[in-house]
Structures are given as C-alpha cells and as structure tokens.
Design a protein around this ligand. Structure first.
Ligand code: GLC
Length: 538
C-alpha cells in the first residue's frame, strides 16, 4: 500500500491488473479477446483505479498453451490484432495514466518457432540444436529418456525426434507440453538474441516485462534425476534440478543493468514460484529483478495462524534484501478465490474472497488483480468437450486444468455473450455459464454492495491512505487466534476474521471500509466470521 507515496516507484506499491487477452474483450466478433478489445476497455481499468495493466502473451503462437508457446517474440498473433493495435493500446494507456506490462516467455519457444524448425532440420551438435536442450539417445536403451524429469503438464519431459540425413535420433527437453521445447540458456548466442528481444519491447514503450517461469531458465549442468516428489501441478515443483539454478541470477543482473539504462521507470517482474521466501527474495536483490510474484498468499489456506506466519516470513525475507512483495491471490493458472476458499457460488465463499482482497490490498508491497477477481467470479466447471488446457489431454483426462478461471468476462447483464463480443459474433472460445450476467460489470456497477464496488473503494482508499502511511511497515496487532490484524503506522489498521464466530475487536476508531457491514459500538467492533475491516485505530 504505497503506490502513490511521494517518490515511490510505481511498481513497488502499485496495483497491477492482469488481462488474459483471449478472455477479456473481443472487438472483431471471432469469439477471442484481442488488443483493440483491451484498448476499448481501458477506461474501465481507470475507473477501477489500478496503476498498470499486464497483458498475457499476444505473440504469434499455435496456441498449444494459450500463447505461452511463442512462435515469434516480436509480433502480434492475428487473432489478437497487429503491432499497430499494440502501439495504439500503449499510447492510450499512457494517455490515461496506466502503465503497460507485457509477458516475456524465455524458458521455451513454440515448436513452430523458426529456431526449433531449424534445429530439427540440423544434425546433432549443430549450432541450431544448441539453442535447445537436445540429448543423445542411448543405443542400449533407446526408449529411455535422458533422465526422469516430468513435464508440468504430465508425462515425461523428453520427446524423441528423428534427425536429418541418417543422423541418430535425439531427445529434446520440454518442461511443459511437447510443443514447448526448452531453450538452452547456457548458450551465449541465445542470451544475446534475448537481450535484443527485451530491448525491442522497451523501445516500443512498455513499462515492464513479466518473465514467465523466471526461475526455470537454467538446468542442472549434469541433468541429474529429479527423483520422487515431482508433481504434475507445476507450481508445486520446487527445489528441482530444473529450477533455481545459480546461472539465473547472473542473467538477471545483466538484464537489470540494461533495463535501468533505459529512460522511464521500467521494471522486470519475475514469475518465480519457489515457495521458499528466502530463495524467492534472492531474485529481487537490488541488482536483480525489480519484482517477483509472491504466490505465498495464493497458496495459503484460509486460516489465520497460517496467514500470519506466511505474511510474516515473506515480509521478513523481502525486507532483508530491501524489496517488497508483489502479492497475488488469483491468476490464469489458479482456482479463483471465490471457489478456492469454500464451496458454492455465493455465501461464505464469496465472503472469504472479499475479505482476502482487503487483506492483500492492505499489505506492504504491490498487488496483482486478475481479471474477473474484482467481479468475484467463481471458477467455472466447464464441460469436458470445452476444455482447451493441454493439462487435460496430457494427464489422460484426469486433471481438468486451468480453463475454469479463463472464461470470458461478462460486461453486461444480458446479451448473447454479455458484451464480451459484439452482437452476432462467433461463440466465445470458452462457453460462459448461464446466468453469467449476474456477475457483470454493468450489474455490479449499479450495486454499492457488490464485489466490484468493494474493489473500487479499496483501491481508491489504498492510494489515499498510502499517501499518508507511505512505506510504513506492518506491526502485528493481537486480536485473538482467529484474526489476522495489523497496523500500518498510526493511521491505518486491518483485521480479518477467519474463524467460525464473530470476534470483538477493540481499539477501532473509525471504520474506513469493510467486506460486510460492520460498525464499532463504544470502541469495540464485532467482526463477523469471514470478514475484514480497514480502520483508523482509536
Ligand atoms: C507460466 C504461465 C502458464 C504457462 C506456463 C508455461 O506459469 O503462467 O500459464 O502454462 O508458464 O509457459
């Protein structure tokens, strides 16, 4: 909560809104969201009060993994628009006072990227193959991959491919789908090419780059087995020989120097998922990345002692390196909070998601809001035939994957696609459930008790309060075992009740904002279960 504190850099305490481009707004009626759609909706983001917008990959891609399989790092996929559309988006965003962050996917390319096509057409050991991670086939055991690494989407992380002109077959590594071959970051030429790619987006005016799988670029030099404990759900794969290898820090130091030399406050943001606050914090040392996603809150149960412990350890680890967390509760990879924290579409579930939002937005550091989170959208249970996430097929149709958090946004209460697409358009790429309009921006804008109204009020207040408390650290406030409570300086307090019963809270002067109606009586406030309040201490 420091976004607009005088002299504070925008990314250190700002609120950044994540747009999953494919599902945000479709301008041309093909059922797929696009860049002009985003541009048209930028005023909505201004009304929400966020500082920045982060666009998930819109680059040319065969879409084996929703665009995280990039075939050209410098272009725009025709489904999403053109480079001119991108430039128009950036110009409009800047005119409206919004920063723009793009995704950068350096761990792997698409198998259709010219580099990979060139590699397949070239013999083993050639420079083209050295851009990727190829390994020879063992003649004695030709079906056994080079090691036991598993793809995050299921199955082995290796695929065997033929070589040209009678050369022997080789294996190539893919930590994700086989259509996403891993790049070889030990190769200096590859590093040089990526410096130019980073530079190209900075020159186009982006304010930040979000580095996908930032902890995965370098692999253990001996490619040792990972052993038991590998997990198909890739976010839980940590301390593996394909994650958090030392080389990555040198790379980010180089990038940091390069980015800081460009005028403007540009930021490198890492998707680092290590679930070890100290290891995580090493990525945001003063000469490395500006920021790294803090998934600890997203992974934490709705249980006050766990939340206090997680928040405390995270803040302490970041403080030691002089950085601040970038909290995340929702993303295009996670089950939405409304569903994750309970059961059902409304009621207590929604109550927890609302309270969690006030918790996240009160913490020191930046916050990321994923599209639809501000509408309290639930995870959608899609029919089998609608599923597009590669996890579904790769897991032998046992893991449904992430599509349920990617359903197109309802903008209006009624209409064929709730105004996601223009009238008469093709059906949305993922079906919207019946009644989706109840969650729409239109419906919630008219309702002062809506989740959208809560987010708007919270983000506005956060900015205002932030001006006064600046970078004030968090001081815990003891309000009983079921309550996560803290102050930020003298002027701001936050309390969240995760327990089953109402808890009296003393020392509350004035309530600034609450996730459910709550008023103090005689210096004490009865905080209902699954509720949060922001207040000025007495
Ligand atoms: C990141 C993205 C995820 C993608 C993966 C592979 O974790 O958030 O959606 O599947 O990287 O690129």
């Amino acid at each position: 909560m420091t976004g607009s504190a005088p002299g504070e850099l925008w990314w250190r305490g700002g609120v950044c809104y994540q747009v999953y481009v494919r599902s945000f707004a479709d301008s041309d009626g093909d059922g797929v969201g696009d860049l002009p759609g985003v541009t048209a909706r930028l005023p909505y983001l201004v009304s929400l009060g966020v500082d920045a917008v982060w666009l998930t990959p819109f680059y040319p891609s065969p879409m084996a993994d929703g665009g995280y399989d990039v075939a050209d790092y410098r272009g725009v996929d025709p489904a999403f628009g053109t480079l001119a559309d991108f430039d128009a988006l950036v110009a409009d965003a800047h005119r409206l006072g919004l920063r723009v962050v793009c995704d950068l996917v350096p761990n792997h390319t698409s198998d259709r990227h010219p580099w990979f096509r060139e590699a397949l057409a070239a013999p083993p050991g050639s420079p083209a193959r050295r851009r990727y991670v190829f390994r020879p086939v063992d003649d004695h055991d030709p079906d056994r991959p080079p090691n036991d690494w598993r793809s995050a989407f299921g199955g082995s992380a290796w695929r065997r491919v033929p070589s040209p002109d009678g050369w022997p077959d080789e294996w190539y590594l893919h930590l994700f789908s086989p259509e996403q071959p891993d790049l070889n970051w030990d190769n200096p030429q590859l590093r040089a090419e990526f410096r130019k790619i980073v530079r190209c987006w900075l020159d186009r005016g982006v304010d930040g780059l979000c580095i996908d799988m930032a902890h995965a670029l370098f692999k253990h030099p001996d490619m040792v087995d990972a052993g038991a404990g590998q997990h198909i759900e890739f976010r839980r794969n940590h301390l593996m020989p394909f994650f958090d290898q030392p080389g990555v820090h040198g790379l980010y130091r180089q990038w940091r120097t390069m980015v800081d030399a460009v005028p403007g406050e540009r930021a490198l943001i890492g998707e680092v998922c290590l679930f070890d606050a100290d290891r995580q914090a090493r990525y945001v040392r003063p000469d490395e990345l500006h920021q790294a996603f803090t998934f600890e809150l997203l992974e934490c149960d709705w249980f006050a002692p766990a939340l206090r412990d997680t928040i405390g350890r995270t803040l302490e680890a970041y403080r030691r390196v002089g950085a601040r967390p970038a909290w995340v509760l929702n993303s295009h990879d996670a089950t939405r909070t409304v569903t994750r924290y309970g059961s059902g579409g409304g009621g207590p579930r929604a109550a927890r998601a609302r309270a969690a939002a006030l918790l996240m937005l009160a913490l020191p550091g930046a916050a990321y809001v994923y599209q639809g989170e501000e509408l309290g959208l639930p995870q959608v249970d899609l029919p089998d035939e609608a599923l597009r996430d590669p996890i579904w097929e790769r897991s032998g149709r046992t893991v449904r994957g992430r599509d349920g958090s990617r359903v197109p946004i309802p903008w209006t209460a009624d209409g064929e696609t709730y105004a996601f697409s223009p009238d008469g358009a093709d059906p949305p790429w993922l079906p919207q459930p019946d009644g989706w309009g109840a969650w729409s921006v239109q419906r919630q804008t008219a309702d002062p008790a809506s989740t959208l109204a809560l987010y708007r009020a919270a983000i506005r207040l956060r900015r205002k309060v932030g001006e006064n408390i600046g970078a004030a650290e968090l001081t815990w406030w003891d309000a009983g075992p079921d309550v996560v409570a803290f102050r930020r300086g003298d002027g701001f307090g936050c309390a969240v009740n995760t327990g089953g019963g109402a808890v009296p809270l003393t020392g509350v002067g004035r309530v600034l904002l609450a996730s459910v109606p709550a008023e103090p009586a005689g210096g004490a406030l009865l905080l209902p279960p699954d509720a949060a309040v922001w207040f000025i201490p007495a």
